[in-house]
Design a protein. Structure first.
Length: 551
């Protein structure tokens, strides 16, 4: 599809969900992609840690894709590029910090020298095909976050996905109010705006205020302290370094991604005034009251550093009764159970757990209703399209915008092609969207057979039987049966196993001579026999595989 003189908006991810942000804007036969992010797997995606948007539409139109523009360096905005770029093959435009972080990610997939990355300074303007682009600095939890003004001959769209209003952000500048006012005075036709905190009324407290609170809490802890937060939250790293300094502790970073973001920040000129961090090996040689660990795993990720510490499986870090873990982050929807399990593991070890429900230990990087209303006043959008939120967030944001006097709102879903103009929006089409899973070195459809069968095996187990027949179709030996996830090897379950074997033998012997020479008919008979026994004894319907071997 080649856009003509219409200004089009097509989200492929990030609407109706938190994470996996990917938006396309089209005009004059060209498309530009804004962000290309990931989200993370959960209990419903066995064996899968990373999910990316279905890129089919963008791949089919890659010859018209003039570039990918990154608003900032969070995984949910750039993390899919290492997995999707080989299909898209276009330049990437990013600020120095986002570019540095992306190169480190690309090195993990062998693309660090292949992807053309164009550096754009924060607050700069640049041309991209038929579009005029302008970065507008906004405050967020990671340096160099930018709102993006996209201008075509039809008008200007302001894409403001992640931002907040913080009077003392510690890392990076204040949100550029004058730049936003300037964009609002252009021929602005739409504002795409962050919806994450639309249910929060009052203005979020600042990172500067959090610094004081976190320092005071850590000062009151007698033993070892670990703060867990998003590794990409450079402002929080700054806060932790300050807290360590004023409480007489030395900082250790635990987790690979924590070191990656720290090194990126240092290379880009951030975090330079703080003393050198100590290694994991040094922690055990210092008094417990003199260390502060900043640890990955705030969302309960099973392979992250904090989960390994809680399960007493970390090779170098041990936490014990009387120590404290501070969760300096919010729970991403969907992660509540995993985080709860992690907190319970820590509690069993006698470790005190402090979260934002107990004390002032976290501030969000996203705007509340009060901040959004103030933002509206600067840009005066004629049309509000909420982005970056689950469906309930987007619906509430539309209601709030109407209460604030915004002339028009539009609730848009992933895959809808929206025509933008000064008169509002028009839905002119729809494309297939979805999610792909990163499974080792390949992309697989989340709705496909692989994940479907994994879910089935996870919930109901699997039975694998081998039936050996001679050249006449007679059983050459008793069938072999393996039932992981269904039958225990203990004595009580041996009855089930024996019954299933006996039922298979009986089912095969009932077949006539022609059927015995037909692998498919033998397989169906054995399958039905195993299924009957398992349903009778266990009450489940597992996945069943029958292998026929003929001598």
């Amino acid at each position: 599809m080649k856009p003509g003189n219409q200004f089009l908006f097509l989200p492929l991810g990030g609407l109706g969900e938190i994470g996996m942000n990917l938006a396309l804007y089209g005009y004059d036969k060209a498309w530009v992609m804004v962000d290309c992010g990931v989200t993370f797997g959960d209990d419903t995606t066995p064996g899968i840690e990373i999910l990316v948007p279905d890129p089919t539409f963008a791949v089919e139109n890659s010859s018209n894709l003039v570039g990918i523009v990154l608003t900032h360096a969070h995984e949910d905005h750039l993390g899919a590029i290492p997995y999707l770029w080989r299909r898209l093959r276009c330049p990437v435009y990013a600020t120095p910090f986002a570019a540095k972080f992306l190169r480190q990610k690309l090195s993990e997939t062998g693309l660090e020298k292949e992807v053309p990355i164009k550096i754009v300074d924060p607050g700069s303007c640049f041309s991209l095909g038929p579009f005029e682009m302008e970065f507008i600095p906004v405050t967020h939890s990671i340096p160099e976050t930018q709102a993006l003004a996209i201008t075509s001959k039809v008008g200007t769209v302001l894409h403001a996905s992640d931002w907040k209003l913080d009077p003392s952000p510690l890392v990076g500048p204040l949100t550029d109010m004058s730049g936003l006012r300037r964009v609002g005075k252009k021929k602005l036709i739409a504002l795409m705006c962050d919806s994450t905190n639309i249910f929060v009324e009052s203005k979020e407290r600042s990172e500067g205020a959090l610094r004081k609170s976190l320092s005071k809490i850590i000062e009151g802890c007698k033993n070892q302290v670990a703060v867990t937060c998003f590794a990409s939250n450079v402002a929080r790293l700054e806060t932790c370094f300050h807290a360590a300094e004023v409480t007489g502790r030395r900082v250790a970073l635990i987790g690979r991604s924590m070191h990656r973001i720290y090194n990126t920040a240092k290379d880009c000129g951030y975090l330079k005034k703080w003393p050198q961090i100590i290694s994991e090996n040094e922690i055990g040689y210092l008094p417990k009251s003199e260390t502060l660990m900043v640890v990955t795993g705030s969302q309960g990720e099973v392979r992250a550093a904090l989960a390994r510490i809680a399960s007493e499986g970390h090779p170098k870090v041990v936490m014990e009764r009387g120590d404290t873990v501070i969760f300096s982050s919010r729970e991403i929807p969907g992660n509540e159970r995993a985080i709860g399990r992690l907190k319970n593991q820590l509690a069993k070890l006698g470790i005190s757990v402090i979260s934002d429900k107990d004390a002032f230990v976290h501030v969000s990087g996203h705007p509340t209703r009060e901040e959004i209303k103030e933002f509206y006043g600067w840009v005066n959008p004629p049309l509000l399209i909420p982005i970056h939120g689950e469906t309930r967030h987007l619906i509430e944001h539309c209601k709030f915008a109407e209460e604030c006097g915004i002339p028009s709102t539009a609730l848009v879903e992933n895959g809808q092609i929206i025509k933008l103009n000064s008169r509002g929006v028009e839905r002119i089409g729809e494309v297939v969207t979805g999610r792909y899973a990163i499974d080792g070195r390949r992309l697989i459809d989340l709705k496909g057979e692989v994940i479907r069968e994994r879910r089935r095996m996870t919930y109901s187990g699997v039975a694998v039987a081998t039936v050996v027949l001679d050249n006449l179709g007679n059983l050459a030996a008793n069938p072999q049966l393996s039932t992981p996830g269904i039958v225990d090897s203990q004595v009580l379950d041996k009855e089930i196993h024996s019954a299933a074997i006996s039922e298979m033998i009986a089912a095969v012997k009932k077949l006539d001579q022609n059927s015995l020479l037909d692998d498919e008919k033998v397989s169906i008979a054995a399958n039905n026999a195993v299924r009957r026994i398992i349903r009778e004894f266990v009450g489940r319907r597992p996945k069943i595989e029958i292998h026929i071997v003929r001598l």
